[in-house]
Write a protein that binds this ligand. Structure first.
Ligand code: HEM
Length: 415
């Protein structure tokens, strides 16, 4: 059981709360706003239609249940031509893995495969080398007075890891990273028309890039995942153009899913480390806590704050009636601070029993979680092994989003 509603529904107050959330100030600390939201009830109406869920157990249950679906291509079509759901970028996202429901999802997810132990071991060596190079560069900047951890390390490691894994030329990484920052708007909670237009343009450019990549891997196959996906899809799909389309969608989504989210985890995790000197001391004296520190960073402030689903039939959720096709927004960052799930939830405590929804749950559980964890654990371990204690120069700045958190800077210096 989460917080029980104490207030009648006040639409204007809810609108104001989301306007405040969508500012850089709201993103600097969204948690008091989430507490306000939770005080309206574990399940409350969203001002734009649908519902908002802040209770941990209800979010968890929805993610694991077959009764709740992803907003797939058919659902998007039903919302009408003029809606955000039919913007070209949204229609393209509607074809990717996280927007599919069974049985399509089952088939495409199986074809995607995952990160087995030997892939993670291979990637581990690359991640370690890149991490050391990035920390060398960071130390040089620190000797000159200070450094922005977000741009020097947080943004760099994920694109290098995924770039190496997929075999993408390093010269393309900055462009891919910039395009993913633009594309994400179509996946945001409340994109504006101009943000959607930017997302449409980025999606078109990313399509051209990845369609071309699939074409060149088909011509000259290698040992990389894209070449393997081509082989897998050729065995599943007699129509070669359709097989290529499926491989393109997978490569596109993997890059979109991997870059911002992991960059945000790396930077917020570093923030947790530098904002309180005793945390750095705790980890250096007890490096075995590194994995727990990463999991607590994912609970305390996850990269994805909102995950959405739609109802497959009329239902009642936490006392709120929900009609078939209506959307529920799982406010997972708020739910991870639900006092019914975690004692003293606003305290960062790597020693608490881990429980979070940062990688979602059920059939859509993040495919890249092993890679994200590998990067975060390697970076944290190398930081405490190699660097003297760092300190926070000023509070980080944040992009004005809601669903996908993005620290723009993290200025640090030698303590
Ligand atoms: C800290 C980093 C990451 C976070 C917080 C994260 C979070 C998530 C979440 C919340 C979902 C599920 C969305 C839903 O239920 O609708 C998801 C799905 C997915 N993620 Fe991640 N992700 C991260 C890193 C990665 C990486 C590194 C990759 C790839 C290398 C990746 C690939 C995917 C894919 C392919 C899916 C779709 C799975 C499906 O629908 O079956 N993610 N991720």
């Amino acid at each position: 059981m989460g917080v029980v509603s104490t207030q009648p529904y006040d639409r204007r107050a809810a609108v104001s709360l989301f306007s405040r959330l969508r500012t850089a100030k709201g993103q600097a600390d969204p948690f008091p706003l989430y507490a306000e939201l939770a005080a309206r009830g574990g399940v409350s109406p969203a001002p734009w239609g649908g519902s908002l869920v802040t209770e941990f157990d209800v979010c968890d249950q929805i993610l694991r249940s077959r009764e709740w679906l992803e907003p797939d291509a058919r659902w998007r079509e039903r919302q009408g031509a003029g809606t955000r759901w039919n913007a070209p970028s949204s229609r393209e996202m509607g074809k990717t893995l996280p927007a599919l429901n069974p049985p399509d999802h089952t088939r495409v997810r199986r074809a995607a495969g995952g990160f087995d132990r030997s892939t993670i071991a291979d990637l581990g060596r690359t991640v370690e080398t890149v991490t050391d190079q990035l920390l060398d560069a960071l130390v040089e900047q620190l000797h000159e007075g200070g450094a922005d951890f977000a741009t020097a390390v947080g943004e760099e490691l994920p694109v290098a890891a995924v770039g190496h894994w997929l075999g993408l030329p390093a010269a393309d990484w900055p462009r891919l990273r910039a395009l993913t920052h633009e594309q994400v708007f179509t996946q945001e909670l409340l994109p504006s028309a101009s943000q959607l237009a930017r997302s449409d343009a980025a999606t078109a450019e990313l399509r051209a890039y990845f369609v071309d990549l699939v074409r060149s891997r088909r011509a000259r196959p290698g040992e990389d995942p894209v070449s393997r996906w081509i082989q897998t899809w050729d065995a599943l799909e007699p129509d070669r153009a359709e097989a290529d389309e499926q491989v393109y969608l997978l490569a596109l989504f993997v890059v979109l899913a991997a870059l911002e989210t992991t960059a945000t985890l790396l930077t917020t995790m570093a923030l947790r480390l530098v904002e309180h000197p005793e945390r750095w001391d705790l980890l250096t004296s007890c490096p075995d806590l590194v994995p727990a520190f990463v999991e607590e960073s994912l609970r305390y402030d996850p990269p994805t704050h909102v995950i959405s689903r739609v109802a497959s039939q009329d239902t009642v959720l936490g006392g709120v009636e929900i009609r078939r096709d209506e959307m529920v927004h799982l406010m997972v960052a708020a739910a991870q601070r639900d006092p019914a799930r975690h004692l003293d939830p606003h305290r960062f405590d790597p020693l608490r029993p881990p429980a979070h929804l940062a990688f979602s749950g059920g059939i859509h559980y993040c495919l890249g979680a092993p890679l994200a964890r590998l990067e975060a654990q390697t970076l944290l371990r190398r930081m405490i092994e190699r660097l003297p204690r760092l300190t926070l120069v000023r509070p980080p700045s944040w992009a004005p989003r809601v669903a996908f958190r993005r620290p723009l800077s993290l200025d640090v210096a030698f303590a």
